[in-house]
Design a protein around this ligand. Structure first.
Ligand code: ME8
Length: 499
């Protein structure tokens, strides 16, 4: 069985989750569900990044200890995962013993391989980004991200990043899919071509972090600690762990474009230095704005995903986020656009189709699925679905997958309008039975395909078609509904939003 490993970034627990976090998590969940339906052995990881100066400062501001603080905020991310109804196999916290052990093991390996040396850091640091910046990168005295920077002078261990420039560039060249989309790949290549400086990988001016093995005045730089989580969850440092052996080389890290450099430059360099295999791909998606404005706490315009879920339902929020922007591009969140999508694509196009067909069968055949008397060539051709949705997933084009599947829904509505089964009641009951069977069978296929996008509603539709849960993976695309089965009373799955 082919294996797939998909990860979200682990989110900082300095603040409560917002729509950006929900987006990455939902995109990963969609991929995880899709691959499972294809029969792949999937491991899906999310979690929280709990160390570092930013979290320590947030705990101080909240007048509590870092430990108590992270225990509380981490729960809100877990709670979000539950409310998003995601299918993660694991939820990792970097304060867990398994992770501290893994981060220290990686550190030791880097020391053993001579990739880390002790020195003194003097330079700029932005706590908000947990990132070091060169003087030349600053814009008007701030980080290029707009974050405030402070001057830091302290003893520090350094990772010999500068030694990996050629190896990284070779790797990017020989693995053209390692960084996606292509525009991001080009950005990273340009950055690495510009030259790399050794990276400070320990801090001494605060204590909230993983202690450096053998030198407990230092704690590990939060990014070295955090990136290791992707391996911790597979049992690292036990490289013989079956999960590590099955999944590590299949890893796809989905991240926002803000943290691409850490994943596509630092992380592979650490792994090269440790003689460990690299993940398969780093995919960077775009950035959401809110009604055209950058989302930021100081502007007070963050969007609470839980409020959206309570108002519109998880399927609608999920569908909107995945459908509205091309995966990889920036997007703008607008409440009205969400409502439009919900009412047009979900309630009208999909919900009405299902409801009209199933309630007609329920009324006129007491829910017994009619037997097709004679399928025409047109019916057979209609039931033959084009499978152009498949490549869109391997190219991580989630929005195109949604477009293609909704194209199929449009095709069903067209078929229904052309053949108007209800108008055949008096004139041609055999044809009516055939057309309804064809539509029910077509809906079954569509509902299989919509499972990764709108899982809750798809499950309800498949329930209403009396499809057993074990008969819902993509290998059943080629199966067919058995005429004469009893269908339960249908209920609408996508109510219109009236506002
Ligand atoms: O960076 N649009 O955590 P973080 C799209 N702990 N995505 C957004 C977004 C927006 N407006 N805002 C946030 C960290 N995101 C580190 C990661 S991984 C080893 C460590 C999403 O809490 C997006 O995925 O700041 C982004 O990369 C991530 O949240 C940043 O989350």
């Amino acid at each position: 069985m082919t294996a797939a490993y998909i990860t979200t970034p682990i989110y900082y627990v300095n603040d409560k989750p917002h729509i950006g976090h929900a987006y990455t998590t939902l995109a990963c969940d969609t991929l995880a569900r899709f691959w499972r339906l294809q029969g792949k052995n999937v491991h899906f990881l999310t979690g929280t990044d709990e160390h570092g100066q930013k979290v320590e400062k947030s705990a101080q501001a909240a007048n509590t200890s870092p430990k108590e603080f992270v225990d509380t905020v981490s729960q809100t991310f877990r709670h979000l995962a539950t409310n998003l109804a995601i299918t993660n196999d694991d939820f990792i916290r970097t304060t867990e013993p398994r992770h501290i052990k893994a981060a220290q093991a990686l550190w030791t390996r880097l020391i053993d391989n001579n990739a880390i040396y002790l020195g003194e850091y003097a330079g700029w640091y932005a706590v908000r980004d947990e990132a070091f910046y060169a003087e030349s990168e600053l814009i008007n005295g701030k980080a290029p991200t707009g974050a405030d920077v402070e001057w830091v002078t302290e003893p520090s261990y350094f990772f010999k990043l500068s030694a990996y420039q050629d190896q990284l560039l070779d790797y990017y060249k020989n693995h053209p899919d390692f960084i996606a989309p292509e525009s991001r790949r080009n950005e990273v290549i340009r950055f690495v071509e510009g030259g790399l400086f050794d990276l400070s990988v320990s801090r001494t001016s605060f204590t909230w972090g993983v202690p450096v093995p053998g030198d407990d005045k230092h704690i590990m730089y939060v990014w070295l600690d955090a990136l290791t989580n992707y391996m911790t969850a597979l049992g690292y440092p036990d490289e013989e762990n079956p999960d590590f052996k099955t999944f590590w080389r299949e890893a796809i890290h989905v991240v926002g474009k803000d943290i691409l450099r850490f994943h596509a430059v630092y992380w592979p360099a650490f792994l090269m230095a440790a003689n460990l295999p690299l993940p398969k791909q780093i995919f960077a998606h775009g950035w959401w704005t809110n009604e055209g404005v950058k989302i930021s706490k100081s502007l007070g315009n963050t969007i609470d995903p839980l409020e959206l879920i309570n108002t519109f339902g998880i399927d609608a929020v999920r569908y909107f986020l995945l459908r509205e922007v091309s995966f990889g591009q920036d997007g703008d969140f607008s409440r009205q656009a969400l409502i439009n999508r919900l009412n047009s694509d979900l309630a009208n196009a999909y919900g009405n189709l299902v409801q009209r067909v199933l309630s007609f069968i329920f009324k006129h055949y007491t829910g017994i699925l009619p037997t097709p008397i004679h399928m025409t060539e047109g019916d057979l051709a209609f039931l033959q679905l084009p499978d152009d949705y498949l490549p869109t997933i391997s190219e991580m084009q989630l929005n195109r997958y949604a477009e293609n599947v909704w194209g199929l829904i449009g095709r069903a509505n067209q078929y229904m309008d052309e053949h108007k089964p209800w108008s055949l009641k008096a004139t041609d009951p055999d044809r009516m039975a055939t057309v309804l069977y064809v539509l029910a069978e077509y809906i079954r296929k569509i509902a299989l395909l919509t499972q990764p996008l709108v899982p809750i509603a798809s499950a309800k539709i498949l329930d209403q078609l009396a499809i057993l849960p074990e008969n819902r993976d993509f290998s059943y695309m080629g199966a067919a509904l058995v005429p004469g089965i009893q269908l339960p009373e249908p209920h609408g799955v996508f109510p219109r939003y009236q506002g």
